[in-house]
Design a binder for this molecule. Sequence first.
Ligand code: TK8
Length: 357
Amino acid sequence: MKKLAFLLTTLFLVLLLAACGGNSSSDSDDSKATGEAAEEASSNVAAGDAEYKIRASIGLNSEHPQYKGLLKFKEIVEAETDGAIAVETYHSGQLGDDRTAMEALQLGSQEVTVPSTAPVANFIPEYAVFDIPFLFPNEQVADAVLDGKVGTKLLEMLDEQNLVGLAYWENGFRDMSNSKHPIESIADFDGLKIRTMENDLHLAAFRELGANPTPMAFTELFTALQQGTVDGQENPLSTIYLEGFHEVQDYVSDTHHIYTPFVFLVSKPFFDGLPAEYQEIVRSAAVEAGQYQREINREANEEYKQGLIDEGVEFTEMSEEAIAEMRDAVKPVVEEFSEKIGKELVDEIYQAVEDAQ
Ligand code: TK8
């Protein structure tokens, strides 16, 4: 009897595997994902049935609006192509940090990623134009500039890096967190060891503020904060709260010093190989999912702030004077980098910001 049950179970498993059409084996062959990542990766469409497979990765975790946006992208693409394109989503840097994922796209070994624009400046110096401190006064102006002429021009520059840029999503206004003391004015940056993104303008700006900055990939950050390798970091409240940085950081200040967009990237070799009809679906899905992502990202800001306070963070609201002082202090950095970015582009973005108000 036992033997019969065993045989039936085996038969059932064999049939099940056959029905999956070799899906699992192809997954492990060409995906760099760890076992855990592969398990967590979601795909409603059996990749075996799909003509194309998109592996889409982000750096933030599954709680973050960035991931909800990615799931929206998947939903639209799979529905509109009737499953001809399957989208596998990976969060938390499971396929590598922003820079690594971008390199995988260039090589064609991954199809989609949505990095912060700051590390893109290592590939295309003009991208540092978005890193000018205190450039955007609010999200609406950011949308207008990013979705307008300047933003489009920057998307087109990705082509020469074997990448296709389809839309800007939102990371958001960056705020300071640290484990030492409240940051209320410039003086409080003095000597603080701060992790920055891998971006020269960010590094120079924090040096100018008197801090001791170190560039580091996001995937290394939590451990570095926990072990005290750095005292602090800066990211939007959504990230500070949802990534649990407040477990190892006691102080948060709403400096809003830089607005970071995310940029939705597709591997150019992959995109070029898609039929025009599918290219259009992928393009509009990236835009539509981005609109949704921006919306939910903004909705929850108050909630994240309250969440941080409820969980014991000492939250400092920066005074206008302190912000003005920071803005003045980093002016030489903006000057210096305007050369590298290109004076014309810098003027153009300032003009676009003004026009959008
Ligand atoms: C996530 C990063 C992150 C960024 C950073 O991959 O590195 O601090 O703000 O959101 O893109």
